[in-house]
Write a protein that binds this ligand. Structure first.
Ligand code: AMP
Length: 396
């Protein structure tokens, strides 16, 4: 049974559809420099328009403090028109006369973009009066912005209590992929968690050890775990004050039958710089004035075989300082191997988070993964096992 309502559950013809999308695209000199997010929402917009719905786009852009022309959605709406190959009208306020007048003029199948919802401070407060103003503009609300679903704002959550609520196709694809990864996954499930610090990922680690069969810990955060176990880690990045937290997570993993896979060797350097000389050391021989910048060759082989043992992989965070060659090696080898296993239909692979997406792109394998989420904060909160308000409100 589906857990949430989708566009399959509603006839949009003739209806005013308030469609929450993610239009928070990068801009350079007033032009959209990366249209990925626009391409992602295009299928939902085109489907509703083709079925004769009146598409009214709601989105935020940046973090404006009140009305600010620099954070207007107008240029984004123009770029979107090129992507969806349809005219996109624009109204310079999301509530009040501008929006109402533009909506009254819409014919079935037309597309209108309303100005940045965050020009009103009531958006982020989920203010009931503001929600009511927005709700007047539509017959139904469709949420296609998974990346904003961890926030209970007026346009991302509040409207779902006022109007019949449905998931858009991009939201639906994201939720289906995430369900396959941690909701109802093929077992065994492995998670790879890397990145700089334990402190930003404590909730994530605590949740994962109760859900997965094996957890690979790499990156700077692995150093904190190694230090907690008494390994001399030299000048490596670590949060030594979190040693007790690391041990607690390991105990919780053991109690949950989750195998923790930590590095068994390290690639170290004496300089935090690209192309600085690198050396592989066993954990008993890390030089005191060196830094661990990547997992070592034996660890890479261990991770390789752990991926072979898994039917599902969830990945967040690089295994080393992947921006600096050659310290990208552990991350690149694991990414390419996971991609191969996915292509061979042996693995369902889901990855997300800004650095992880960058690392998979660097390895040239992002499109070979089963699903790559570009939703930073929302993806992490989902990995932490937290309910996402913008998703909860869609549940039937
Ligand atoms: P995060 O944003 O927490 O996922 O961390 C990603 C950052 O961690 C990247 O910029 C990596 O360069 C960095 N990183 C990963 N491993 C190490 C390491 N062993 N030493 C220093 N930085 C690292």
């Amino acid at each position: 049974m589906k857990q949430f309502r989708t566009l399959d559950d509603v006839d949009v013809k003739g209806k005013r559809v308030l469609l929450r999308v993610d239009l928070n695209v990068p801009m350079e000199n007033g032009h959209v420099s990366d249209a990925t997010r626009l391409e992602r929402v295009a299928p939902t917009i085109n489907e509703i328009a083709s079925k004769g719905g009146k598409v009214i786009l709601l989105a935020h852009f940046g973090r404006p403090k009140g009305r600010d022309p620099k954070e207007s959605l107008k240029p984004v709406a123009a770029a979107l028109s090129g992507v969806i190959k349809r005219p996109v009208a624009f109204a310079d306020d999301c509530i009040g006369a501008p929006g109402a007048t533009a909506i009254a003029a819409l014919k079935d199948g037309d597309v209108l973009c309303l100005e940045n919802t965050r020009f009103h401070k009531e958006e982020e407060k989920n203010d009931p009066a503001f929600v009511a103003e927005l709700a007047k503009l539509g017959d139904i609300w469709v949420n296609d912005a998974f990346s904003a679903a961890h926030r209970a704002h007026a346009s991302t959550e509040g409207l779902g209590h006022k109007l019949p609520a449905y998931a858009g196709r991009t939201m639906q694809a994201e939720l289906d992929a995430l369900d396959k990864a941690l909701g109802r996954p093929a077992k065994p499930v492995i998670a790879i968690v890397g990145g700089a610090k334990v402190s930003t990922k404590i909730d994530l680690l605590e949740n994962l050890v109760t859900k997965v069969d094996a957890l690979v810990i790499g990156g700077g955060m692995a150093n904190t775990f190694l230090h907690a176990q008494g390994v001399q880690i030299g000048k490596s990045l670590a949060e030594k004050d979190l040693a007790a937290t690391a041990l607690r997570i390991m105990e919780k993993a053991e109690a949950s039958n989750c195998a923790i896979i930590l590095p068994v060797d390290a690639t170290v350097s004496f300089h935090f710089a690209a192309n600085s000389p690198s050396f592989a050391y066993g954990l008993d021989a890390i030089p005191p004035d060196s830094m661990i910048l990547d997992v070592g060759p034996q660890s890479t082989a261990r991770i390789h075989s752990a991926i072979d043992d898994a039917a599902t992989l969830v990945w967040n965070g690089p295994l080393g300082a992947f921006e600096l060659t050659p310290f990208d090696r552990g991350t690149m080898v694991a990414a390419k191997h996971a991609a191969e296993r996915t292509k061979a239909k042996k693995l369902v692979s889901v990855a997300g988070g800004g650095d992880t997406v960058a690392a998979l792109n660097q390895a040239g394998v992002a499109s070979d993964f089963s699903y790559v989420s570009t939703a930073g904060g929302a993806f992490l909160e989902w990995m932490e096992g937290k309910p996402l308000p913008g998703v909860e409100v869609l549940k039937a």
